[in-house]
Design a protein around this ligand. Sequence first.
Ligand SMILES: Cc1cc2nc3c(=O)[nH]c(=O)nc-3n(C[C@H](O)[C@H](O)[C@H](O)COP(=O)(O)OP(=O)(O)OC[C@H]3O[C@@H](n4cnc5c(N)ncnc54)[C@H](O)[C@@H]3O)c2cc1C
Length: 599
Amino acid sequence: MCYTKSLNKATNLTHDTFDFIIIGGGTAGLVLANRLSTLPSLRIAVIEAGDSVLNNSVVTDILGFPNTISLPINYAYSSAPQKYTDDRVLQYSGGRALGGTTTINGMTYLRAEREQIDSWGEFLGNEGWSWDELFPYYLKQEGFERPGQELEDRGAAFEEGFHGEEGPVATGFTPYLTGQDFFGVMRETHEGVGIPWNRDANGGRMRGFTAATQTLNATALVRADAARSYYYPVAAERPNLSVFLNTTALRIVWDEERRSSSGEVVARGVEVETQSGSIEVISLSDETGEIISSAGSIRSPGLLENSGVGNPSILEPLGITPVIDLPGVGGGLQDQPNIQIIYNSSTNWTGFPSFATFLTAADIFPPSDLSVLRDEITANISAYASTIVASSPRDETTQSIQEHLLAHHASQIFTPNSTIPLAEIIWFPMGTLIGAAYWTLFPFSRGNIHITSPNSTHPPAIQPNFFHLDLDTHLLAATSKKVLALFSSPPLSSYITPPTTPLASPFDIAELGYRDPRWATWIKGSYGSNNHPVATCAMMPRELNGVVDAGGRVYGVSNVRVVDAGTLPAQLSGHLSASVYAVAEKIADGILGERKGGR
Ligand SMILES: Cc1cc2nc3c(=O)[nH]c(=O)nc-3n(C[C@H](O)[C@H](O)[C@H](O)COP(=O)(O)OP(=O)(O)OC[C@H]3O[C@@H](n4cnc5c(N)ncnc54)[C@H](O)[C@@H]3O)c2cc1C
């Protein structure tokens, strides 16, 4: 008999049974826990590897980022050596706490471009997914606080109808938003080079310079993480919701005796390691029970693989018997390379910045370069696909799948007049520096995340394959030149002075063409992960390497879903938490509909 720490009631791990077992009390997991537990007849368990951080002042401080990154609640994974960038090992952060990565993230609240979400349905085969179908769930999640006049003068603006005001996630503008007319300087600089001010980038149109909303309670000055938003407000009133902290899910336990009516494998519970180190099984109540993995894009693939769901070529050498042959598990990883340019400033900036710029391909490339690049990409889709397939694990993907996905990718950003941003810049005027952290939003290279051990507690090998395709280096080099061009445009140019700090910098190569190999050298030596890994358990048809269907259900299994950042089928121009919340809200709504309909 084993008791573990349950926040809202003492629950017997092995004797109680549940209608839903949610693995991971993070961003997506707590949305599902909250919404599903609104039906009192459903008994919900959340298994969370970390602890509560409700009163951790580094977490709650709205100026706490990036100090949160050095907290012990950061998994701080190391990537595999990146073979296309001199074997560099990159840090991958992730929150190990109730609230998941929203307890440590940068709190930027920015959604996506309308056509990106539309393409989930139109191009990537997910029925029921479009911007119009997801937008209500962005509104449902959000408790937006309108800025006062003083903040509006510093750039905080919003459009009526773009924000929900009754939802659980507090959003708004930091009351510390940088003053000294940084907003005015940047607006004028951007408009001077033809890039508009975007009053509110959360309505599906992101291009331009904008002051970004954040996930914070601007009155209480507290970070709005997933636990504070979705769990604590309802914990006391939901006896049907149990949260097991410091408890790690090891694998899904299958019912050896049973198949569903359509011949699918059936799960009966989850094997866990408790805080005391004992191994227990948490069981589903009956054949209608479901398991939902919301362990995040880095851990959900491994949970499936350690349970026998994945590519037999990965599983068998580790002695794991394949239960479902599903080669997309852990494949298709897309992340973004992040890099910085920092200038000294003649002004001592005070306050806290939250300013972003979204640039399309047409903002970055002159028209003649853009049309050459477009033709080159179209002509090379097949070659890019061959390169990706050749370096992928055996049996993971095929030439035709990669051609389809790359064509989707290219069409999103390189179709003439596309409004989908190709790159994002986050500006940070801090003290006597003005910095720009920026990244290309749509790298073409693909990677993967796979287990390397049958021991489920071993971290997986994270292989983003940054800059595998030279095209990605060119896109980031061209973006770098645009960032430098913005710095040298008035009036911003009059606020900066030549750099005196020994930062790795591209100042001496600024004038070189974006294909010059010296750009590649600088980029490959300086970039880091943007910590936006997606598509490791992608929601797509099985024949496109998808892992889950449009309801988040794992193919070949009757009662297991994956709902987290890894479910997103493709990169987005926004930051991820808003869309992870929205996807989890929509899938929770679908599940409740099924349950109320009598399933
Ligand atoms: C440093 C950093 C900064 C970021 N900044 C921003 C930002 O400013 N704005 C933004 O929108 N997005 C940002 N993101 C991205 C965003 O926060 C994440 O993509 C998103 O929160 C992920 O949600 P998730 O539900 O997929 O996973 P998570 O929120 O990470 O939840 C996964 C949970 O599962 C638990 N878990 C994992 N394995 C197990 C297991 N075996 N058993 C039990 N529990 C397990 C984990 O402990 C965790 O609590 C940032 C990410 C990072 C890393």
